[in-house]
Design a protein around this ligand. Structure first.
Ligand code: AVJ
Length: 324
């Protein structure tokens, strides 16, 4: 005898209304203009595609930041408290944190925070093998939302680490809010080491988001594949095209997915219409000047201690100002 629930399930496509993902996707696809939050790029497939992006000849930010961290690791580590915990926002792979962990013997614990759980756990296991003295506490969370430092290490002074210029994905007012939030999480006089991509010639910027191999296009389109997988949608990826361009007014790279025809897509039980050429705005990547970022940080309660830059990318050490 089949239960009502089983019948209902069989009848209607499985609609996952609960998850924040579903809510954000429907909100974004029914907005004018259509948009989707870039944090949803990073499912397992998306995280793997992003790792490939960081190897591309056109995508300079990762190489520049790795070189800056390697060259200046002793100077950066010298700013760390005698014993501390390194808290990384949006960790992804710990490739960059390893440079600081290798240079700063004072780091007793590492807390990588990332929305992509599978990737994080894999990486943490390897880290434990490579750094046997280090306590590793991966936290699967959206780092823009609150998260607590695990109790066993909560007494250690925290050092924040936010590499990759992921700060660029926030609208400037959101970036300021994130920095204030991070300050509340890390506490007074805390140190934050943050990577910030710099404003430069679009002839360098645009290829970094339109690579010849088409990996960034796959990364962008994977968002539709994820919605198909997780929200029983029927996006035809071949009916959408990756677009990335530099917006000089806002000093940002914009990524979009353009509809190549007039079409209807079912998403989580809803029908979404697309006009020919209509786009889904999937990411902004803001670029800053060094002084521009210092001013943003200052406004959010952080004073600049040091900056290391190669003219294309910058790594900042900022300190949480005492709240009067
Ligand atoms: C990881 C957010 C810094 O904006 O450059 C790479 C993501 N998007 N190629 C960036 C990204 C397209 C990247 N961040």
């Amino acid at each position: 005898m089949t239960t009502v629930a089983q019948t209902a399930l069989r009848a209607a496509p499985i609609t996952d209304t609960s998850s924040q993902f579903a809510a954000d996707v429907i909100a974004g696809l029914t907005a004018k203009p259509k948009r989707l939050p870039p944090k949803y790029f990073y499912d397992l497939a998306g995280s793997a595609l992003f790792e490939r992006i960081t190897q591309l000849p056109e995508y300079y930010p990762t190489r520049c930041e790795l070189a800056l961290l390697r060259e200046n690791a002793p100077a950066i580590a010298s700013l760390f408290p005698p014993t501390c915990v390194l808290v990384e926002f949006g960790a992804g792979s710990s490739k960059k944190a390893r440079i600081l962990l290798g240079a700063a013997a004072t780091v007793e614990a590492y807390v990588p925070v990332d929305i992509s759980g599978d990737f994080l756990q894999q990486d943490a296991a390897q880290l434990r093998r490579d750094f046997p003295r280090l306590a590793v506490y991966p936290i699967v969370a959206d780092f823009t939302q609150g998260f607590g430092i695990p109790a066993p290490i909560a007494k250690l002074p925290p050092v924040g680490f936010f590499p990759g210029s992921t700060i660029g994905n926030f609208e400037p007012h959101e970036a300021a809010r994130f920095l204030r939030h991070a300050g509340d999480t890390l506490g007074e006089r805390a140190l934050l080491v943050i990577g910030v991509d710099l404003i430069k010639d679009p002839a360098i910027l645009c290829p970094a988001y339109n690579d010849a191999e088409g990996v960034t296009a796959k990364f962008n389109l994977n968002l539709l594949a994820r919605i198909n997988r997780e929200l029983s949608a029927n996006f035809d990826l071949a009916a959408f095209e990756h677009h990335a361009c530099y917006n000089r007014i806002h000093n940002r790279i914009e990524m979009h997915l353009a509809s190549l025809k007039r079409q209807k897509v079912r998403v989580n039980g809803k029908t979404i219409g697309f006009r020919l050429g209509e786009t889904i705005h999937t990411e902004n990547s803001y670029k800053y000047t060094i002084e521009g970022f210092k001013a943003l940080a200052q406004g959010a309660g952080w004073s600049s201690l040091s900056v290391w830059s190669d003219g294309r990318f910058s790594v900042h050490a900022i300190q949480r100002m005492e709240v009067r």
